[in-house]
Design a protein. Structure first.
Lengths: 239, 460
């Protein structure tokens, strides 16, 4: 995936570049609006990350002149959380909008959502290690043993399975499973993960649902010999 | 001196003085004029009686000549007193310009006025017809007195009156200015005192007892305003301190942990732990800042947009579903009571957020196995949503302050089951209620705590 980042804040540009490169993206950087506009128009990117407050030419202007030429997906970044700004950005043709401080995971999820748009329909069956999920009949199996899940537990599992290998923050999980799109300061997600873990991981040797402390949760098969720091499995010991 | 009280008072004094002097002057003028006229009439009548007596007993031409001589001597050289005798027989006539004056109108009982050629003022006259006597036919006797002294006196009186009044008004202005200044001295003192009040001397007040009655109300009102301001000021100070404190704790953790981590060589997994711990603190900071920004936007008067006509019970049910696992874990249950059909214009995300905070609060403060109630109450204009839970009673004094930012009933109690509440949850509930044109309320009675909010049905 080829990404252009237009951001004047040096530290942010640097970590975005590093993080996205490590995710396998090709990243170009522009530190001001004029360079950003030039690069965005001259080259073909899969997605552009565009800051609103930029020296030279602000993000809205860059977006407007870009939209006269091409329809590259654009995510706007802003420190100002005002409804008018959001409306203005979306009106000018931005595809998404993130407010600083945002989590890197959220940006990654949104980038993937933007580039995933219009892809082929997802399969009805998902497989993570020996965990098998049937999205149509809403049933889950491990080693061909049926795992009894409640509706919400299954929704949680399905959402994590669709994004296997992707770290999902608590906020993202709350939004995807319960449609609660705000920081709730509750322990709902922890409790839900604990219950799901008790059902899909506890009886089995290979653990699939992992806690990434400070970031969120990921569903993926890990090689058993991989060194797992003690703290990392902290929650699994609880469950 | 825009809107100067002293100037106003002096103007009013002057106006009052003008009215008083005018009234007194007018009345005095009328009295003096009347007196003068009476005096003149008395004089005229006396003279007339004397002459009448003399003339009435003269019946022959012979003696008439003596009357004429007598009248000549009685007529002063400056012509201030004049005599006329009109008669059909010219032998019994007397006086100048008889022909011209022959036909003037007269009132036998009253003083008449007669204009004489070459005289500035008219003469005051008294006229009477005397019956015939011996040879003499009936005659008409007229005596005229010059009115110059009368009018001169009146004119002098008026001039003196106006002069005195003007001088009096001028004095009233002078004294009025002095009186007003002296009278307003307490006000100036009060304003001087008020000038000295500053944020550093917030607790100082005007001393009401030292002020005159008229000012004590004002001073009391002023002190009341100061009380409210001091409260707001203190709240703001406390709030700033709370914010700083809330931010300082995670910052201290971040700095300390990072410094410890860097102070000696460590393995990658060890650094990983530090970074993960830092991330947790940073997330706490982010969450506080986001909530503060949310509250700030509400303070700036941002109202809920994208309002949708929604069945309240549906949203309540969805929010309860969110807590399904937590409730299960705590063996708690939630019951929805009230107007299940109530509908209102709400921004669903905000509504869920408010109710989430209320439910979270109720779960935190209830014993395991408790039964929580969500009541929906459709009132005339708005819909009331309240969450009740059994729990320790909250003292009455805490109730209205529960919605203050960072307010904690029990300052020692902070985290619950690893959940970071940072004291903004209920403030956000209130903010969301305000954004929907409603308000938040709390009560604590017989072991049951109820906290809720209203949503204006026709919210802007």
């Amino acid at each position: 995936m080829k990404i252009l980042i237009v951001e004047d804040e040096h530290k942010m540009a640097e970590y975005l570049c590093k993080g996205l490169t490590e995710q396998g993206c090709t990243v170009d950087l522009a530190a001001n609006g004029i360079d950003g506009q030039h690069l965005a128009i001259q080259h073909d990117y899969d997605v552009i990350v565009l800051d609103v407050m930029l020296p030279g030419l602000d993000g809205f202007s860059v977006l407007r002149s870009l939209r006269t030429v091409k329809q590259t997906p654009v995510i706007m970044l802003t420190a100002r959380d005002r409804v008018e700004d959001r409306i203005k950005g979306l009106h000018d043709g931005a595809d998404d909008y993130l407010i600083k401080p945002f989590s890197f995971l959220e940006l990654l999820a949104r980038l993937q959502a933007l580039t995933r748009r219009g892809r082929a329909q997802e399969p009805a069956q998902l497989r993570i290690g020996d965990l098998q999920i049937d999205l149509l009949s809403r049933k889950a199996y491990r080693n061909n043993t049926r795992i009894d899940l409640t509706a919400k537990e299954f929704a949680l599992l399905a959402i994590m399975a669709r994004r296997q290998g992707e770290i999902l923050s608590k906020t993202a999980i709350a939004e995807l499973v319960w449609d609660m799109n705000f920081d709730s300061n509750t322990n709902v997600v922890e409790v839900a993960i604990k219950r799901l873990r008790a059902k899909i991981d506890a009886p089995f040797d290979q653990k699939l649902l992992h806690t990434i402390r400070g970031m969120g949760y990921v569903l993926e098969p890990r090689a058993p010999e991989a060194p797992l720091p003690e703290h990392d499995e902290h929650d699994e010991e609880d469950g | 001196m825009r809107h100067s009280i002293i100037a106003r008072l002096v103007m009013m004094f002057a106006a009052a003085a003008l009215v008083i002097f005018s009234l007194i002057g007018g009345v005095l003028y009328a009295v003096v004029k009347n007196e003068l006229l009476r005096h003149e009439r008395d004089g005229l009548v006396t003279t007339f009686n004397d002459i009448e007596y003399m003339v009435s007993r003269v019946g022959t031409v012979d003696r008439w000549a003596r009357v004429q001589t007598k009248l000549d001597t009685l007529t002063p050289a400056d012509g201030k007193v004049r005599f006329w005798v009109f008669s059909n027989d010219p032998q019994f006539s007397y006086g100048k310009d008889l022909a011209e004056l022959h036909d003037f109108d007269y009132d036998p009982n009253n003083i008449g006025r007669l204009r004489i050629k070459g005289k500035e003022f008219p003469m005051h006259t008294l006229t009477k017809v005397l019956p015939a006597y011996l040879d003499r036919p009936a005659i008409r006797l007229t005596i005229g007195v010059d009115t110059e002294p009368y009018f001169e006196t009146l004119r002098t009186f008026v001039a003196a009156m106006i002069g005195l009044s003007l001088a009096g008004i001028f004095l009233v202005i002078l004294f009025g200015y002095w009186i007003a200044r002296a009278g307003l001295q307490p006000l100036k003192k009060m304003s001087d005192k008020a000038q000295t009040l500053s944020p550093q001397t917030l607790s100082e007040r005007l001393t009401v007892s030292a002020l005159p009655d008229e000012l004590s109300d004002l001073a009391q009102a002023f002190n009341g305003a100061l009380d409210r301001m001091e409260n707001a000021y203190k709240q703001l100070e406390a709030f700033n301190a709370d914010v700083a404190h809330e931010l300082r704790t995670p910052l201290a953790n971040l700095i300390g942990e990072t410094q410890v981590a860097l102070s000696r060589e460590r393995s990658a997994p060890e650094f990983e732990i530090v970074l993960q711990s830092n991330l947790e603190e940073l997330d706490r900071l982010r969450s506080i800042i986001n909530d503060m920004l949310f509250l700030a936007r509400c303070d700036q008067g941002e109202a809920a947009t994208s309002l949708v006509h929604t069945a309240i019970a549906d949203e309540v049910q969805k929010t309860i579903e969110f807590f399904e696992f937590v409730l299960d874990e705590m063996q708690m249950s939630v019951e929805v009571v009230g107007d299940i059909d109530a509908k209102s214009m709400i921004e669903t995300a905000l509504f869920r957020r408010a109710l989430t905070n209320l439910l979270q609060n109720a779960i935190q403060h209830s014993p395991a196995g408790a039964r929580i109630t969500v009541s929906i109450d459709a009132q005339q204009k708005d819909v009331q949503v309240a969450v009740s839970n059994p729990g320790e009673p909250i003292e009455q004094r805490h109730l209205p302050r529960l919605f203050d930012r960072f307010y904690r009933v029990d300052s020692a109690r902070r985290d619950f089951d690893g959940v970071h509440g940072h004291g903004l949850g209920l403030a956000i509930v209130k903010a969301i209620a305000l954004m929907h044109g409603g308000t938040a309320f709390a009560s604590s009675r017989s072991g049951k705590t109820t906290i809720g909010f209203t949503i204006g049905g026709k919210a802007a």
